[in-house]
Ligand binder design. Structure first.
Ligand code: AMZ
Length: 289
């Protein structure tokens, strides 16, 4: 089989197949088919979130432990539902890990990876703050890990991790309140502007960040597009998170694709049934004007 680079389109008789990630082909998994013309297309990823707290699938409002809603006692359930609705990537956060500094939900993560199957990938963040933790997390079968706190506090670790695992496996989570980075389960607000951190990360050789606007996270009030556009100016691939509550927000995000937005994470709106995942995936795949 030919190898495709991420972003290549290979044209089948009546459809354009978009390669989400070169390994999606190399691993033998099936790419998704969209549309019925021969035009090359970019498919913006719609990435459902599965946040783990005490082994359950929860959502928090603005990341606060005290403002928690439990949606599924077994987090494998939403993972299965999202996979069945066409997700190609799941965003899993070990919230206990993020608060405590060490992964706490690895057995659940392993079960999610198994339930998702070979065609649906999983990215994992929360409490991954050392090379050993990165190794242990990747060994669970996740496609890449997200470093939040360490991305700010330990540039040496990031450099070493990029050297050892490569930039497809290491993503930084840049989480911001009022433009300033928050770390350690978002319980510590720093004075570092998110834009400055993103610039530093780009210089270290990182390719991709997940940008979360904490004020909008879990609030269902719409994404902070202005902040997102600023972050995109750094030139990294950006996955945006926070605030997506309706289909119009999905379309707004999709219009930013030209700026480097590669995907959007949706959480609460899926759990609350405000957005139908299948419809969102289709809307994001349509080229927005
Ligand atoms: O909701 C929260 N309080 C929260 C959250 N979702 N705190 C951290 N996180 C996520 C970040 C990132 O994906 O968005 O955890 C990850 C970072 O964890 P760490 O342990 O590397 O800072």
């Amino acid at each position: 089989m030919e190898n495709y680079r991420r972003g290549d389109a290979c044209v089948a008789p009546t459809t354009t197949v978009y390669c989400l990630d070169e390994r999606f082909f190399q691993l033998g998994s099936r790419p998704r088919y969209f549309g019925n013309n021969l035009k090359e297309r970019f498919i913006l990823l719609v990435i459902p979130a599965v946040d783990l707290l005490g082994g359950q699938a929860v959502r928090l409002r603005q990341g606060k432990k005290t403002e928690q809603t439990t949606y599924f006692a077994d987090p494998v359930e939403p993972a299965r539902l999202f996979a069945g609705a066409g997700a190609t990537l799941l965003h899993v956060v070990d919230l206990d890990g993020a608060f405590e500094g060490e992964s706490r939900n690895s057995p659940s993560v392993r079960r999610i990876v198994e339930a998702a199957g070979p065609t649906v990938k999983v990215e994992l963040g929360g409490g991954i703050r050392s090379l050993e933790a990165i190794e242990r997390s990747l060994a669970l079968g996740v496609i890449r890990v997200i470093l939040g706190t360490a991305a700010l506090t330990d540039p040496g670790l990031l450099t070493e991790a990029l050297k050892r695992f490569g930039s497809e496996k290491i993503v930084a989570g840049v989480d911001a309140v009022d433009g300033k980075v928050a770390i350690r389960g978002w319980e510590q607000q720093t004075a570092t502007p998110a834009l400055e951190l993103a610039g530093q990360l780009a210089r270290l050789g990182l390719q991709r960040i997940i940008y979360t606007d904490i004020s909008t996270d879990g609030m269902l009030g719409g994404p902070n597009l202005e902040a997102l556009k600023k972050i995109c100016s750094v030139g990294l691939k950006v996955i945006a998170s926070g605030g997506i509550a309706e289909m119009e927000h999905v379309r707004e995000m999709a219009r930013l694709e030209g700026l480097g937005v590669e995907g959007m994470i949706i959480g609460k709106a899926l759990y609350e049934g405000r957005i139908d995942l299948r419809a969102a995936i289709e809307a994001a795949a349509e080229k927005q004007k």
